[in-house]
Design a protein around this ligand. Structure first.
Ligand code: ADP
Ligand code: MG
Ligand code: MG
Length: 317
């Protein structure tokens, strides 16, 4: 069986293109049957036992950078749609997380990697176990905020303490030394945290921030970088709720934001306090807000009110 994809030059960069219908299912079959790969391709992270997956594909239609497909209600196949340039941060991060036994992420089945002309292996397709009936991070967290301020029936499900614990465990697995730096997630916000019906949290998407250049994407950073990313996104959830429910008092939204940020940070400090240089938080929060303003200007004008509201609220960090 041939690999159901090509890597081609498009828009000045190398990009992968799936070939034909059911490309995701056929790729899984290539992996399960141990097909010979063409030069310049390799399988990585193959710890999952080979398994044939039932047929049936559906696309995932949330806001996403790449293009993910669920196959057989069992596995998520993510096709990288951005240019294939190295170095790429995901292989090292996944390797460390798997080695350390980090449990709060979907099980990695495999990556299909491609060798760039300048000698870097980069993921082209990644396959991870489907978290069944999972809710996307922005969806469940917005619902938590709505429940807390009374526009949805409560009570919600506590999450912020667990989020801090999970983040601490992730950073301990990624740390170069007890005080860091860490090969950090790099694109850490609430949209990268799935929640299952039992309330368990799963971190996804270790590709780093798609808007920064590759060399920066692989940089190991102080843990405060990811922590700031999450603090900003928790605050952003509040701004979105306020925007859609102007009748809710700002005090109620601010109280929710303070509460979840404090729980998150307290649990993080308990788990990985040595990694966190608190004095860096202010700068990283400012940087994150600036990146969101730039991102909104470049790609998503309807998001601009969120970083604008965050700028007006500056002060706590
Ligand atoms: P991108 O880089 O395109 O943002 P993600 O890895 O974040 O890709 O995945 C995109 C979306 O696919 C997620 O926001 C989530 O809704 C869904 N998803 C990803 N992995 C899983 C999984 N293991 N189980 C269930 N849904 C998933
Ligand atoms: Mg991503
Ligand atoms: Mg994502």
């Amino acid at each position: 069986m041939d690999l159901p994809l090509v890597v081609e030059l498009a828009d000045g960069g190398h990009r992968a293109r799936p070939l034909g219908p059911d490309a995701s299912s056929r790729l899984l079959e290539c992996w399960a049957t141990g097909v010979d790969l063409p030069d310049g391709f390799r399988w990585a992270h193959g710890s999952h036992a080979w398994e044939t997956v039932p047929p049936g594909e559906r696309t995932i239609d949330v806001d996403q950078t790449n293009s993910s497909v669920v196959v057989g209600d069992r596995v998520v196949v993510k096709w990288v749609t951005t240019p294939l340039v190295g170095p790429h941060p995901a292989p090292e991060r996944l390797h460390r997380l798997v080695e350390a036994g980090f449990e709060s992420m979907p099980e990695v089945w495999f990556d299909l990697e491609w060798l760039t002309p300048d000698g870097h292996w980069v993921p082209v397709v990644t396959a991870v176990a489907l978290v069944r009936d999972a809710t996307d991070g922005w969806t469940w967290c917005l619902d938590e905020a709505r429940a807390a301020v009374g526009v949805l029936p409560g009570p919600g499900l506590p999450f912020a303490h667990r989020l801090g614990e999970v983040t601490a465990a992730m950073h301990l697995a990624l740390a170069d030394s007890p005080t860091g730096p860490v090969a950090t997630h790099g694109d850490f916000h609430i949209g990268q945290v799935l929640r299952d019906p039992a309330g368990e949290l799963y971190v996804i998407d270790f590709d780093g921030n798609p808007t920064v250049p590759p060399a920066e994407r692989v940089a190991h950073r102080p843990a405060a970088y990811d922590v700031a990313g999450m603090l900003v996104s928790l605050e952003n959830v509040g701004h979105v709720v306020q925007h859609h429910h102007p009748e809710v008092s700002e005090d109620a939204v601010v109280a929710w934001t303070d509460d979840v940020q404090t729980q998150f940070l307290t649990a993080y400090r308990d788990g990985a306090g040595e990694l966190l240089e608190e004095s860096l938080l202010t700068t990283y929060v400012d940087d994150q807000i600036q990146r969101e303003l730039d991102y909104a200007d470049a790609y998503l004008p309807r998001w601009r009110y969120v970083p604008e509201a965050a700028l007006r609220r500056r002060g706590r960090w």
